[in-house]
Design a protein around this ligand. Sequence first.
Ligand code: FES
Length: 140
Amino acid sequence: MADFEPTIIAFVCNWCTYTAADLAGTSRLTQPPNVRMIRMMCTGMVDPKYVIKALLEGADAVLISGCHPGDCHYINGNLKARRRVKLLKEILPRFGFDERRVKLTWIGASEGIDFANTMKELVEEVKALGPNEVRQQMVI
Ligand code: FES
């Protein structure tokens, strides 16, 4: 499994984490190429169906990342996202997924270094988990 390179889907808030990713890029911080970002206007817009669909279609993990609590541009979208992720983690095992495949983080617009470090840590965590359970079953 040493050569396993995970695919990670990241739903990121336009106002915070996406801007932090941009800052990390313009600051020339090294980042793993495993993360595919989907820009959302707020983490409160991330429907749990999007997460389950990404995992069912072979993503090894899904990250949801947005503004710190109290900083959401839509007042409480990130708090709604936090509640949804908590419930999602409870139902993921019913779909056959390890709940650690879904992660929620808060990364502010000025935190480019945190963004780059979080992506590196996430890739290492998912490498330790191994490939998505559904994808493993499809490879027979
Ligand atoms: S606007 Fe960033 S999480 Fe809501």
